[in-house]
Each structure stands twice: as structure tokens, then as C-alpha cells.
Design a protein around this ligand. Structure first.
Ligand code: F6R
Length: 347
């Protein structure tokens, strides 16, 4: 059973409850952006979201949520410096849950050096200190959970930053609607939902395999979230397959996959994607069957782009925690990530 008791038996920090609260986080985030006092900036160069891992995810999802409503450039800075074209005409959102991530702090300093207008989303740390020193608006993210469980906050912060940069319209109404859908889906896919819900069924099918999550357009962005949540919560390797590109290279390798390992493929689908991409996803699934243990399809729910994106994100987050339960892993445990950060801090 993947019920409340079996989840509680491994989930020492109640991360599952935070995942189920996605809708609440999104509504709260809207209010927190407003309370930061961040003012619009006419950023003709667009928006750069600087961040890593769970704090970068909002930036990675935002283009998918906006689609053609994004009218200025949007880039992710997931390293130690901003792209060469960043400058006074570019709004930089520095997003770090802890406020201590060295790459994000370096990007903040790079933005200062380039005279770029800045905003910060954090719970505190050195990033909040630097922002306060410089009079830069801070979106106060609530403390006490895993950075990756704050996806509702990082997504809404990035959507609002795109609006403030003049790169997108306000999506406040769509955010409220997507939050309401997340509440509904959390009840359907959560531990009190049926044992044959999509989330529990997919987790059981992926158990014992190396997950590969594929998708096109907005489903590609969600696929990256699935991969990183499975990595961090279930402590297994997992990979992303981005369509249509995968049809031009990766597809050739699949027949040999079974000789090399047990792969479990989930193809995420957006019913409103380009029909050629929908057809590609279907045909890719048929070809991948030659080498994968299991090939599953999961379709986005909801009407608006943001609803469809959020539904896929929530499904992946829940699958990753159910997988952790099936593996007997506490989802909070990210040992190798902590070891790497500690080793870097000593040098
Ligand atoms: C941990 C997690 C990580 C962190 C990343 C950056 O839950 O998801 O991917 O988000 O190491 O750290 P922060 O978010 O503190 O900037």
C-alpha cells in the first residue's frame, strides 16, 4: 500500500505534505512577491533567472508556463556567471532557497558588476544580506522545507519577475486557477487517493528501473523536474529525453538498452502540443519499447498552459516520493549532494 502510514514510515520531515501543499504555496507566493515591493523595470534585454537545482526550477519552468506570451528573452544562469550580453537592460532574479549557494552568489555579484537591476528570492543567508545592503527587493520564501519542495514559490517568483521585466503579462488569474487544480489533483494522487491512481501506478512501474522521462514543449520542462525529483527524493539515477530532438539521435540507442540495464520510460504528454509532437511522442513510445522494461504515458490535466504544466509537475513530485517509499528511502536524504557541497566549502 502507498498510503499515509507507509509514507510516514520513511518521510521523516513530512516532505510529502509540502508537495501536496503546492496550491497553497502558489497562492502564498503571489502575496509574497507583492510584499517584496519589487517594482516594474523596462528590461528590454529580458529576464535572467540565476539559481541552481531546486531553486532554479521555477526559471526552468517559466518559459513553458508562458509559451508565446513571453515577449522578451529569458535565460537561466546555472553557473558562476551571467551570459555575456547581461547588463543594465536585463533584470536578474537571483533565486536561492538557502541564500548560500556559491554559484548564485557569484551571479549576484556579476549582476552588480554589470549594473543589472536585481531581485532576490530566498529564505535568508548571504544572498539576503547582499540584497539588503544594496536596497534590492527580496521575495521572502518561508523557511523549514527542502528547497526542491518550494517549487510553487520559485515558479511564481519567476513568473512575476517576467511580468516585472516587461517580458510577460500578469498571470495572477491563471496562477490562482492552477493552484486550485493542484489542490484537486493532490487529493486524487495523494496517499489517501485510490491505490490505482496515476501517481501510485507510475511509481510502482518505475520501481527497479532507471527512469527516463521524455516530453516535448511544456512536457519537456516538466520532464526535467521529474528527473531531478526522482534523483533527489528517490535517490536513483534518472534522465530526461527531450523531444523532438531525441528523435534525431537518442532513438537509435534504444534497441540496445535492455542489454545494458533496466530502463523505465515515462512519456509526458500535453494534449495541446503541436500535433506533430504528439504523433512523435506516440511513435517514440512504440520504438522505445524494444529496449525499455516499461513504457508509460502520462497526460497533462487542466486547460491553461500553467494548469497543464503544474499538473505534470505535481504528478512527478508525487511519483518521486512514492518511489522513495517503495525503495525505503527517506526523501530528505541527499547525502552525496551534501558531501559535494561540504567538500567544495573546505577548499
Ligand atoms: C535541495 C535541492 C538542491 C538545492 C540546490 C541549491 O532540496 O533541491 O537542488 O536547491 O543545491 O541550493 P539552494 O536552493 O539553497 O540555492
Amino acid at each position: 500500500m502507498l498510503d499515509r502510514d507507509s509514507v510516514a514510515a520513511v518521510d521523516s520531515t513530512a516532505q510529502f505534505a509540502e508537495v501536496l501543499d503546492l496550491g497553497t504555496h502558489m497562492r502564498d507566493a503571489l502575496w509574497r512577491v507583492e510584499s517584496s515591493g519589487a517594482a516594474p523595470v523596462d528590461a528590454s534585454g529580458g529576464l535572467i533567472v540565476a539559481g541552481m537545482g531546486g531553486s532554479a526550477i521555477g526559471g526552468r519552468l517559466v518559459a513553458a508556463g508562458l509559451g508565446s506570451r513571453l515577449t522578451r528573452p529569458l535565460a537561466i544562469a546555472d553557473g558562476y556567471e551571467l551570459p555575456g550580453w547581461a547588463g543594465p537592460q536585463t533584470l536578474v532574479l537571483c533565486s536561492s532557497y538557502s541564500g548560500r549557494t556559491e554559484e548564485t552568489l557569484a551571479c549576484y555579484d556579476d549582476a552588480v558588476a554589470r549594473g543589472a537591476p536585481r531581485m532576490v528570492a530566498t529564505t535568508g543567508g548571504e544572498l539576503a544580506e547582499r540584497a539588503r545592503r544594496d536596497g534590492v527587493p527580496v521575495i521572502p520564501i518561508p523557511g523549514g522545507f527542502q528547497p526542491r519542495a518550494a517549487v510553487g514559490y520559485s515558479l511564481v517568483s519567476a513568473l512575476e519577475a517576467a511580468r516585472l521585466a516587461g517580458a510577460a503579462p500578469s498571470l495572477a488569474g491563471e496562477i490562482e486557477a492552477a493552484a486550485a487544480l493542484a489542490d484537486e489533483l493532490a487529493a486524487e494522487w495523494g496517499p489517501d487517493g485510490p491505490e490505482d491512481s496515476d501517481a501510485k501506478t507510475i511509481a510502482r512501474a518505475l520501481h527497479g528501473t532507471i527512469p527516463v522521462i521524455g516530453g516535448a514543449e511544456l512536457a519537456a520542462a516538466a520532464a526535467y523536474r521529474w528527473k531531478s525529483e526522482i534523483n533527489e527524493n528517490a535517490s536513483v539515477p534518472a534522465f530526461t529525453s527531450v523531444l523532438p530532438e531525441a528523435g534525431h539521435n537518442e532513438i537509435v540507442g534504444w534497441p540496445a538498452a535492455r542489454e545494458l540495464g533496466r530502463f523505465g520510460v515515462v512519456l509526458l504528454e500535453d494534449p495541446r502540443a503541436n500535433p506533430r509532437n504528439r504523433l512523435r511522442t506516440e511513435l517514440t513510445g512504440e520504438l522505445v519499447e524494444a529496449g525499455a522494461e516499461v513504457v508509460l504515458h502520462a497526460s497533462a490535466r487542466g486547460v491553461t498552459r500553467l494548469e497543464r504544466l503544474v499538473s505534470l509537475v505535481l504528478l512527478g513530485d508525487l511519483v518521486s516520493i512514492y518511489l522513495a517509499v517503495l525503495r525505503g528511502e527517506d526523501p530528505v536524504d541527499i547525502g552525496p549532494l551534501d558531501t559535494l557541497k561540504a567538500a567544495l566549502a573546505r577548499r
